[in-house]
Design a binder for this molecule. Structure first.
Ligand code: WTA
Length: 652
């Protein structure tokens, strides 16, 4: 975080009060903080009681740091809470999803239809041999079947592991292996940027590796040609058509694993963050109702996240469906076929609550006001932001141009690990400041602490920590208990360290300052520097690589790589090689991890003990004067590298 940004934050004094009209009827009223403070556990029990349990819990919380169990002894079924309950209580005809495909095809899916589809899919999975506890990998475009697949897994107690459709075959394979999945659900492909992209070939390629995958279920979305292994591959429609639409859901323990979701950490190997059932559902439902002020009878909620990310899990699938929300689901990119597509969809379905990421807001700003202004966005009444710090200018633009100056903005801080929103304004209660996530939600304890773990004074910065367990917290890293402890619980004993820096302002509001570890945040996607370095070094031309995240006006951070080539590799007209390397990273990890810039260097800045000084590379990548380099083994190196970067041009 540069000094300039810090200064700007210090100067940000604007506040936005919720309107009296909004506040009067808001789901969350001011007393909720005091209520939660009085007895945090009892508060969460009240929230949990809003779910449908088959057996009530015996103990609300069993906390053996760093392992929490919530609602111990209780049993429930996630898909029953999302679907059956609404149908049984007479809400079956309510629309669950307005689906909009990128080519313009649409589907309207009611809760009753969704339940039928999920029952059939659950029966199909069982017929294919999936049992309670088996892991299922889901690799799909953003279509209703992705949600149906997740809910069908939940219904039979088979933890799902959704792998973002933009990840490569290699990335898919490592996740299938790590979770030891026995079945993959995918599609022939999906639509993006005006054409069909393929998914099935990546699955075929991944399954050349060693796995225990027995069957692959394939949704026909694009109709493109696919290779077919008739012993292994089954069309989704064939399996679903012949499945019965009767399915009585079993009840699972509150702590039964609901899903695994892989996310980047500080090493090359992604972490399988795993979440269980009762606590997770309690907090996603609570936060969705309170932070978004959901009025299920009248609101149309649209979270633009893909189900491949935690935001899609918590605020497209589980939270909104538990609350009986009507949602928009859109398959494609925001500029296809034109830059007003999102606004057109808001107008078409009368979206009232829009939840998106700063990177998209910045993109809209760049495209120009004429696109949102060409549409009637007056249905919107609340806006949300997630994934990275939103800068005050983008916040103000979002407020004025998208929200017409009338919509509260909730800037929500949370992580794959936290499962649900942790720090956010409550829209009818909190006077917001542009760029601040404000304060921990009721029932959540978050603090900013110094290096020793002591809370900082107002006006100071430090590390963001969570010092009390919360219902939707991760229950571990799949199969790696030591890594779980090391990663999250070792910096401060018995306290969860999120990896983010933060600052308290003079009023005690929290301002997020980005990651303090080696994890980059590119357009809201977490990518580890090590992961990209490993991908680069796996290319035959590369001997050594160092990767840093450099501040980027559009994407938060951009990936800048410094590579040393193997001896004998000519770098005469290097553009072709650079392009090859970028494509190689895309192949190894996915297009989201493509470096913005790759610079071939003769040496990397190292200390005498051989540690790469990434801090100096970051200075260079961010066009700053290089900081203290006196500990470098060879101080001249930085001059050469700086000169090299000035002569190189960023890609795309
Ligand atoms: C960042 C996404 C600032 C942060 C839900 C965190 C944010 C990481 C915000 C988690 C926000 C998320 N303000 N930074 N409102 N929301 N982040 O696991 O660095 O994909 O640690 O979860 O995104 O990313 P993840």
């Amino acid at each position: 975080m540069s000094h300039e940004t810090l200064e700007n934050l210090l100067n940000e004094t604007r506040t936005f009060q919720p309107s009296d009209e909004f506040a009067a009827v808001a789901n969350a009223q001011p007393f909720i903080y005091a209520q939660a403070n009085k007895d945090r556990i009892a508060f969460w029990e009240e929230q949990a009681a809003l779910l449908q349990w088959d057996r009530h819990w015996d103990t609300a919380l069993d906390w053996q740091p760093p392992y929490a169990k919530w609602f111990v002894g209780g049993t429930l079924n996630a898909s029953v809470n999302c679907l059956d309950r609404h149908v049984n209580e007479g809400r079956g005809e309510r629309i669950a999803f307005h689906f909009e495909g990128e080519p313009g095809d649409t589907r309207t899916i009611t809760y009753a239809q969704l339940l039928t589809d999920v029952k059939k899919a659950a029966n199909a999975l069982t017929e294919l041999g999936v049992k309670t506890g088996d892991r299922v990998a889901i690799y799909m475009p953003m279509i209703p079947e992705a949600a149906i697949a997740m809910l069908a897994c939940a219904r039979i107690g088979a933890p799902h592991s959704v792998v973002f459709g933009g990840f490569s075959a290699e990335a898919l394979l490592s996740r299938i292996q790590d979770a030891d999945a026995s079945l993959v659900i995918t599609a022939d492909g999906g639509f993006r940027k005006g054409s069909a992209f393929a998914l099935k070939p990546a699955v075929d390629e991944a399954l050349l590796g060693e796995t225990n995958v027995k069957k692959v279920l394939v949704v026909k979305r694009t109709g493109q040609e696919v290779a077919w292994d008739s012993d292994r591959d089954i069309w989704w429609h064939d399996a679903i058509d012949r499945a019965s639409d009767e399915h009585v859901a079993a009840s699972f323990d509150s702590e039964h694993p609901l899903f695994i979701l892989y996310t980047s950490g500080t090493t090359a190997k992604p972490k399988g963050i795993f979440h269980t059932t009762g606590g997770y559902l309690t907090q996603v439902a609570f936060t969705h109702r309170m932070v978004f002020d959901l009025k299920p009878e009248t609101d149309v909620f649209w979270c633009t996240a893909d189900v491949g990310w935690i935001t899609g899990h918590s605020y497209v699938v589980y939270g909104p469906l538990i609350n009986g929300a009507t949602q928009v689901m859109y398959e494609g990119t925001p500029d296809t076929p034109h830059k007003g597509r999102i606004f057109e969809i808001v107008e078409k379905y009368g979206v009232t609550i829009l939840y998106t990421a700063p990177t998209l807001i910045l993109t809209w700003m760049k495209w120009g006001d004429e696109f949102p202004l060409a549409h009637n966005l007056s249905s919107l009444r609340l806006l949300g932001s997630v994934g990275e710090p939103i800068n005050p200018e983008a916040w103000i633009w979002y407020n004025l141009i998208i929200g017409g100056g009338r919509c509260p903005i909730v800037d929500t801080w949370w992580q794959t690990e936290t499962g649900a929103i942790m720090i956010s304004p409550l829209p009818g209660v909190t006077a917001t400041k542009p760029g601040s996530a404000m304060r921990p939600l009721p029932g959540i304890s978050a603090k900013v602490v110094d290096e020793r773990g002591n809370p900082v004074e107002k006006g100071h910065g430090g590390y963001l920590i969570l010092d009390q367990p919360w219902p939707s917290m991760l229950r571990g890293i799949w199969g790696e208990p030591d890594r779980y402890k090391d990663n999250y619980w070792s910096k401060f004993d018995g306290i969860y360290f999120a990896g983010d820096g933060a600052k308290l302002d003079d009023d005690g509001a929290i301002w997020l300052l980005g990651r303090v570890d080696d994890v980059m945040n590119v357009s809201g996607h977490r990518i580890s520097t090590t992961e990209v370095e490993s991908a680069l070094v796996s290319h035959e031309a590369v001997a050594e690589a160092a990767v840093v995240g450099a501040a980027d006006a559009m994407t938060g951070q951009g990936i800048v790589a410094f590579v040393i080539l193997r001896s004998g590799i000519a770098h005469a007209e290097g553009d072709e090689l650079i392009q090859q390397l970028r494509n190689h990273v895309a192949k190894e990890i996915g297009a989201i991890a493509k470096p913005r810039q790759i610079l071939v260097v003769a040496e990397l800045p190292k200390t005498r003990s051989g540690k790469i000084m990434r801090r100096l590379l970051k200075d260079v990548a961010e066009n700053r004067a290089v900081g203290d380099s006196t500990t470098l083994a060879d101080p001249n190196i930085m001059k050469l590298i700086s000169a090299g970067l000035r002569n190189s041009t960023p890609e795309e």
